[in-house]
Write a protein that binds this ligand. Structure first.
Ligand code: SF4
Length: 1019
C-alpha cells in the first residue's frame, strides 16, 4: 500500500523537544510580561538540531496577525521563509500575549521585533495545520449518493452556474429531481403559504457557520442577509458555550454575554466549569498565565468546581468535584448560605437606582429591590410593578419607572428614592382600588434559594454541605474583589439557563459587577470597521431580512398561525411542534438542524455550511447524518471548508477555503475583562488554493462574490461600497472589502500614518500590500501603521475610573423580567425569572437521571491544552505528543469493574446502545460515577478514511502523494480515540433530535448517562 507523503514538505525544522519546551503551559504561564525569551524562537537547543528560522534571520518576512487556532484571539507573529510559514510566536503589541502589559503602540516596529512574547502550544502547530496534504484546493462535486465519499473536482465556472441556477444537477447519478438553485429563492413570495409571517421565500436559504469571527462574519452577512435577504445566517454559539453566556445574558438584561472575573485585580475567583489553564477565552497564555502568576505571588486565591480536576486544580485552594449538570445546585447552595448568613452586600443590593449606587462607590445597580407583580389575576403577572400600573394616565407602564418600597412602607418610583427595603412582599392597590400582590426581586431570589435546604443542594450537586459553606464564606469575605469565572461546563445542558444565571448572580451578591477586580465584560472595539470613510453595511438595493429563523431563535411563537389555529381549536395555543426561543442569545445550530429535519416551521431549500462539522461537534450530532442524507430535507448542500469532514461528506459541493494564516482578514474584539481593542487579522502567506482565471484564490469570499454577480444581487461587483461622499467602489475581491474596513478603523480610532520605514516594513512583509492601490495613499499609510502593530489596543487602566469599569453595563438583573414573562412553548407554562436549580430533563420534564437510571455513569468532555478544534488531527507536533484520547474513569470505579489502564472498553447510552470503543484510563482526577473523554479525537474524515475522488491529485494540496489512482490514501492514526458526542442522549419525544434547554436552546453536554463494559479481546 502506498503511504502518504507530504508534498513539498521539508523535514520539520522545529524539533519535538523545542515544541515541548515552547508549549509547556507552566513555562509559558510563569513568563512575566515583557520577558524576552520565547521558546519558539529560541536559539539552537543544544541538541545539535536547529530551530525554525526566526524574524531576525535574513531572507525572512514577518507579519503581525491574530491567531485562529482557537477562538481566543491572541496576537501572532508569523515568520515566512521562501513563501512558507515556518514559525509562530506572539505579538508584543497585543495585550493577550503580554498578560495585559503590552509594549506601547508608539514603540517603533524595529524595536518591537527585538521583543518576544508567547503563544500557546496550539498556535505553534499552525504551519503543520495549514500545509496538510489533505487540504482542498479545488471545488468538488459529489459523484455518488450523499455520504458515499465519492467526489470529483470541477471547474469554478461550473460550480457558480450550478449553485446559482440549479437544474437537474445529479441526473447523471440517476437523481431526476430538479434542484432549486439560489436563483429560485429570489422570487417575491412567502416561505410558507400557511403563514406569511414566517418571512419571504429567501428564508429557504440557510447559511450555517462554524468558527466565524468578525471580518468574515460581516462579509457573509452581507451576502446572506443584505444581498439575498435571508433571515437564516445561523451561528454555532449553542455548542460553543451558550450555557454560561445565557447566565450573563439574563443577568445583564440581554446586553452582555462575556463576563469573567478580572484576573489582574481579583483577590478571589470561583472558577466553575472553566478550563482556565487549557482552553479559555482569553487563552491559556493570557488568563491562565495571569491567574497562575498572581496566585504564585500570593495575590490571588481561587477554587475550581468541575467534575474533573482540571490542571488549574493543582494551584487552586480547593477542587470542588461537582456532579455534571448540577452547577446550579452548587451555586444556589452558596446563595442560600450567603443570604442565611447575612453575607450579601446590602449596601449594593439596596441601591434602587444607578445614581445612588454610584454614590455608594459601585459601578452598577441591581434590581434587587424592585417590585415584581406576583398575581396570576393581573394581565402583567411577572412584570415589574411600574408607575403606569398604578396611574393609567401615565400611559404604557413599560415606559414608566419601576416601584420600590421605602423603609417606612410607602411605595416609590425607584428613580426617585435612595432608601429601600430589600426583602418586601405585600399588596398594593392601583388607581381603581384593585389589589396587586408584589414581591421584590430579592424576595423572589430568596424563595428560589430557600426552596431547598443546604443539605438538599449538597445531595443534588454531590458536594458536602461543609464545603459549600466554606466556599460561600471565602467568596463573600472578599466583597467586590471576588467574582466567578464560568464557562462551557457551568451551563451547557438542559435548564443550564438557570444554572448559569445562578452562577453569574454570585458576583452580584457581593457587589463586584463592573468593579476593578470584580466581574467584568470586555470593552469592545477600539474603532468601528463599518463606517467612517466607507460604508461597509449599506449599499443600493440592500435587503432587510424578515420573518422567523429556522432555529426559532429570538422569535415569538405566539405570533404564528400555528399558535392562533391551535388556540381557536383547543382554547390553548400550546404545545408548539418544537420549542421556540424568544429569550435566547441565539446561534442555535442544533435547533436549526432539528428544524431542517422536521421541515419546521418551514422547509429549507439551499443549505450552505462554512467551516462547520455538526455531525462531529454536536452532542448527538450523529442524528443529523440522516437529515443531511435526505435530498427532501436538504435539497442542495454546499460546504465551504479546508477539508472533507464528517459532515460535508454529505454535501453536494465542497468549495475549498483558505486557512486563517493565508486568507482570513478580520477585526477582532476582546473576550477579556475590561480590555478595548481592534486586533487585525491579515494573511501571513499567499493562498494555497487554486485560483480563478483572473487570479483570485478559491475561497469563501471569491465564491460569494461570483455567486452574487451571477445572481445580479446588489452589494457586490463594480459599484458596491459607498464612501462617505456617496461614490461607489468595487467589491470584486476579498481585499476590496477588508482594506476598506481597516481604513475605517484607522479613521475611527485616530490611527496616525506610519513612518516611511514602517510603510516599507509592511510593503515588504505583508501579502496584503499587493493590493494597496485599493486605498488612496494617505489611507494606506495609516493602514500600514495599523497592520504593523497588529491592531489598535487601549491600555487596561484606561478602562477604569475610581476602581469602576467605565463601560460597565449599568443595570444588573437579579430578576429578569423578559425571562419571567416568557412561556415554555411545549407546556405553555411561564419560566422562572430568577436563578434557580432545575435538574436536566427531557422535553416532557422527566429527569434524565430517572429516565436513564440503568446507565450508572455520566459522561463529560473537555479540551486539552495542546489540541485545537475538530481539525486538530493535522497538528503534527500535538499529535506526536498525544494522538489519542481515553476513557478516564475514577480509580475506585475501575477497580469495581475490574478495569485496568489500557483495557478496551465499550461506552453505550440509551440513544446509542451499540456504543463506542475506547481505552480505559483509571485516575483520581474525575469524580466517582463520572467518565471524562477529551474532545479532538474519534474522527473518520480529514484524511482518516479512504474516499473515491476522481482526479484527486488535482483536488488536494498533497497531490499524487495522497492518491492511489482515484483512491484517497488515509492516515490510519487519524481515526484513533473516541468522540463523546457519538453517544450523547437524544430526545425521544422530539423526533429523536439532540436534547436542548427549553428557554435558550442550549444543547446538552453534561447529562448523558452511559454503561461501561470491557470488550472481549480477540485471540
Ligand atoms: S490561546 Fe493559543 S490557540 Fe488560542 S488564540 Fe491564543 S495562541 Fe492561539
Amino acid at each position: 500500500m502506498k503511504k502518504v507523503k507530504r508534498k513539498g514538505k521539508k523535514s520539520s525544522p522545529l524539533s519535538r523537544r523545542a515544541f515541548l519546551t515552547a508549549s509547556a503551559a507552566g513555562a509559558a504561564m510563569a513568563m512575566a510580561p515583557g520577558a524576552s525569551a520565547l521558546p519558539s524562537e529560541a536559539s539552537p537547543t543544544g541538541t545539535g538540531r536547529k530551530t525554525a528560522p526566526t524574524r531576525m534571520d535574513k531572507g525572512t518576512q514577518t507579519v503581525h496577525s491574530v491567531c485562529l487556532a482557537c477562538n481566543a484571539r491572541c496576537g501572532v507573529r508569523g515568520v515566512v521563509k521562501d513563501g512558507r510559514l515556518v514559525n509562530i510566536s506572539g505579538n508584543p503589541y497585543h495585550p493577550y500575549n503580554m498578560q495585559f502589559a503590552p509594549i506601547g503602540e508608539e514603540t517603533p516596529v524595529a524595536e518591537a521585533l527585538k521583543i518576544s512574547s508567547p503563544v500557546c502550544g496550539k498556535a505553534l502547530d499552525t504551519p503543520s495545520h495549514i500545509y496538510s496534504p489533505y487540504r482542498l484546493i479545488r471545488p468538488l462535486k459529489r459523484t455518488g449518493p450523499r455520504g458515499s465519499g465519492q467526489f470529483e473536482p470541477i471547474e469554478w465556472d461550473q460550480l457558480i452556474a450550478e449553485v446559482s441556477g440549479g437544474g437537474k444537477l445529479f441526473a447523471h447519478l440517476g437523481e431526476e429531481r430538479e434542484v432549486e438553485g439560489l436563483k429560485g429563492l429570489l422570487a417575491q413570495e412567502p416561505v410558507s403559504k400557511d403563514d406569511p409571517g414566517l418571512g419571504p421565500k429567501q428564508n429557504g436559504f440557510v447559511f450555517m457557520t462554524g468558527r466565524l469571527q468578525t471580518g468574515r462574519k460581516e462579509f457573509i452577512d452581507r451576502f446572506v442577509k443584505s444581498a439575498v435577504g435571508s433571515r437564516n445566517r445561523i451561528g454555532h454559539t449553542d455548542i460553543c458555550g451558550l450555557g454560561f453566556r445565557m447566565g450573563n445574558w439574563a443577568l445583564t438584561g440581554a446586553k452582555q454575554a462575556e463576563l469573567k472575573a478580572d484576573a489582574l485585580n481579583a483577590r478571589y475567583i470561583l472558577v466553575i466549569g472553566a478550563n482556565i489553564y487549557e482552553a479559555l477565552q482569553p487563552g491559556i497564555n493570557t488568563y491562565g498565565a495571569m491567574v497562575a502568576r498572581r496566585h504564585g505571588q500570593g495575590e490571588l486565591d481561587f477554587a475550581v468546581a468541575d467534575p474533573r480536576a482540571t490542571r488549574a486544580s493543582a494551584h487552586a485552594k480547593e477542587w470542588i468535584p461537582v456532579k455534571p449538570g448540577r452547577d446550579g445546585a452548587l451555586a444556589m447552595g452558596i446563595i442560600r448560605w450567603m443570604i442565611e448568613n447575612q453575607a450579601v452586600n446590602r449596601d449594593y443590593l439596596t441601591a434602587p437606582n444607578i445614581k445612588t449606587a454610584q454614590k455608594r462607590g459601585f459601578a452598577t445597580v441591581s434590581n434587587a429591590t424592585h417590585l415584581v407583580i406576583c398575581d396570576t389575576h393581573h394581565p402583567d403577572d411577572g412584570a415589574f410593578l411600574r408607575m403606569g400600573h398604578l396611574d393609567p394616565t401615565l400611559g404604557d407602564p413599560k415606559k414608566t419607572s419601576p416601584m420600590v418600597q421605602s423603609p417606612e412602607g410607602t411605595f416609590q418610583p425607584a428613580e426617585e428614592t435612595t432608601e429601600t427595603v430589600l426583602e418586601a412582599k405585600g399588596v398594593i392597590r392601583d388607581a381603581s382600588g384593585t389589589p396587586i400582590r408584589v414581591k421584590t426581586a430579592f424576595a423572589l431570589l430568596k424563595e428560589s434559594a430557600f426552596s431547598h435546604s443546604l443539605s438538599d443542594y449538597a445531595q443534588f450537586c454531590g458536594v458536602p454541605e461543609t464545603q459549600i459553606a466554606s466556599v460561600a464564606r471565602e467568596f463573600s469575605s472578599h466583597g467586590p474583589r471576588a467574582a466567578v469565572t464560568q464557562y462551557h461546563g457551568a451551563g451547557n445542558y438542559v435548564n443550564g439557563t438557570w444554572a448559569a444565571y445562578a452562577v453569574a448572580a454570585l458576583s452580584a451578591l457581593v457587589g463586584s459587577i463592573g468593579m476593578q477586580g470584580g466581574y467584568l465584560h470586555g470593552g469592545g472595539k477600539a474603532g468601528s470597521p463599518h463606517k467612517g470613510v466607507f460604508d461597509l453595511k449599506g449599499f443600493p438595493g440592500r435587503k432587510k431580512p424578515s420573518g422567523v429563523a429556522l432555529s426559532r431563535e429570538k422569535a415569538s411563537y405566539e405570533s404564528t398561525e400555528e399558535y392562533r389555529s391551535k388556540q381557536e381549536k383547543t382554547g390553548s395555543g400550546y404545545p408548539s411542534r418544537r420549542p421556540w426561543f424568544p429569550f435566547s442569545k441565539g446561534g442555535l445550530c442544533v435547533e436549526c438542524l432539528s428544524g431542517m429535519d422536521e421541515q419546521y416551521p418551514y422547509p429549507a431549500k439551499v443549505l450552505f455550511t462554512y467551516l462547520f462539522n455538526p455531525v462531529y461537534s454536536i452532542p448527538g450530532g450523529y442524528r443529523f447524518k440522516e437529515t443531511l442524507s435526505s435530498t427532501d430535507k436538504v435539497p442542495l448542500h454546499v460546504s465551504m471548508d479546508v477539508a472533507i469532514n464528517e459532515s460535508n461528506i454529505y454535501a453536494d459541493y465542497i468549495v475549498p477555503d483558505l486557512s486563517y494564516a493565508e486568507g482570513h482578514h478580520g477585526w477582532l474584539t476582546p473576550h477579556a475583562p475590561a480590555l478595548t481593542f481592534s486586533a487585525i487579522r491579515t494573511p501571513m502567506v499567499r493562498p494555497l488554493t487554486e485560483h480563478t482565471k483572473d487570479g483570485r484564490p478559491f475561497c469563501t469570499e471569491t465564491f460569494l462574490i461570483d455567486l452574487a454577480k451571477a445572481l445580479g444581487l446588489g452589494g457586490f461587483g463594480d459599484k458596491a461600497i459607498p464612501d462617505s461622499k456617496g461614490t461607489l467602489h468595487p467589491l470584486n475581491r476579498a481585499e476590496d472589502f477588508y482594506l476598506r474596513g481597516f481604513a475605517n478603523i484607522c479613521h475611527n480610532a485616530g490611527v496616525p500614518e506610519a513612518s516611511p520605514e514602517e510603510v516599507r516594513f509592511v510593503e515588504t512583509n505583508y501579502p496584503i500590500a499587493t493590493h494597496k492601490k485599493i486605498l488612496p495613499e494617505d489611507q494606506w499609510r495609516r493602514v500600514c501603521r495599523l497592520l504593523s502593530r497588529g491592531g489598535v489596543f487601549e491600555p487596561y487602566e484606561k478602562g477604569f475610573s475610581k476602581g469602576r469599569f467605565t463601560k460597565a453595563t449599568p443595570h444588573v438583573h437579579l430578576y429578569n423580567e423578559t425571562l419571567g414573562t416568557t412561556r415554555n412553548t411545549l407546556t405553555g407554562i411561564r419560566f422562572s425569572g430568577v436563578p434557580g436549580y432545575l435538574e436536566p430533563t427531557d422535553s416532557t420534564g422527566v429527569p434524565l437521571s430517572r429516565a436513564d437510571k440503568e446507565y450508572p455513569f455520566t459522561v463529560v468532555t473537555y479540551k486539552s491544552r495542546l489540541h485545537t478544534q475538530s481539525r486538530s488531527l493535522w497538528c503534527d507536533r500535538a499529535m506526536e505528543i498525544q494522538d489519542e484520547n481515553h476513557v478516564e474513569i475514577h480509580a475506585e470505579d475501575a477497580r469495581r469493574l475490574n478495569l485496568k489502564a489500557g483495557d478496551r472498553v465499550n461506552i453505550s447510552s440509551r440513544s446509542n446502545p451499540e456504543g463506542i470503543s475506547g481505552t480505559a484510563r483509571p485516575t483520581d482526577l474525575v469524580r466517582p460515577g463520572c467518565i471524562a473523554i477529551s474532545f479532538h479525537f474519534g474522527h473518520t474524515q480529514f484524511g482518516g478514511s479512504s474516499l473515491t475522488v476522481k482526479n484527486g491529485a488535482r483536488a488536494f494540496l498533497g497531490g499524487e502523494s495522497i492518491m492511489d489512482g482515484s483512491r484517497l490514501i488515509p492516515t490510519p492514526g487519524y481515526t484513533k480515540g473516541l468522540n463523546m458526542n457519538d453517544v450523547s442522549r437524544l430526545d425521544e419525544h422530539l423526533a429523536r433530535t439532540p436534547l436542548v434547554d427549553p428557554a435558550a436552546g442550549i444543547p446538552d453536554f453534561s447529562s448523558t448517562r452511559v454503561r461501561i463494559r470491557r470488550e472481549q479481546k480477540n485471540c
